[in-house]
Design a protein around this ligand. Structure first.
Ligand SMILES: [Zn+2]
Ligand SMILES: [Zn+2]
Length: 130
């Protein structure tokens, strides 16, 4: 678990920084929040996501009762990560607005660089089902 390559994500003003495992998959989101900023989300488990620096408010919004909570930098507005419920539970209608089990973190690939400082580019994207 500690051997795979990691990427560093940073909001545009540099106030918020995180690291996450390198991944091949990412997805766009079709909610109204993402329509404005067009982030591209990669997923990882919450215990594999490390917040390195937070020196501006991290502001959260939710597009709907079963949509992931979207967080952005309160200083530069960069979409940084979302916090989503387990999709199986969402489908079954068992998860409430603040009663998420097995949460997954999605971080914005567009803000991420690899261990050599190069931007992380994704080959394929899919749309997260609403
Ligand atoms: Zn920022
Ligand atoms: Zn969204």
């Amino acid at each position: 678990m500690c051997n795979h390559a990691r990427v560093t994500g940073r909001c545009e003003c540099g106030a918020i920084e995180w690291t996450a495992p390198m991944t091949d998959a990412s997805a766009a989101c079709d909610c109204h929040i993402c329509a404005e900023t067009s982030p591209e989300w990669a997923s990882c488990e919450t215990n594999d996501f490390d917040i390195v620096k937070v020196s501006a408010p991290v502001v959260g919004h939710q597009a709907g009762p079963f949509s992931p909570r979207h967080y952005h930098c309160g200083s530069c507005n960069s979409p940084v990560w979302t916090w989503t419920a387990d999709t199986k539970r969402r489908r079954e209608g068992l998860a409430g607005m603040s009663d998420y089990e097995n949460p997954i973190l999605n971080w914005n690939v567009r803000l991420a660089t690899d261990e050599e400082g190069a931007p992380v580019r994704r080959a394929s994207t899919e749309t997260i089902a609403a």
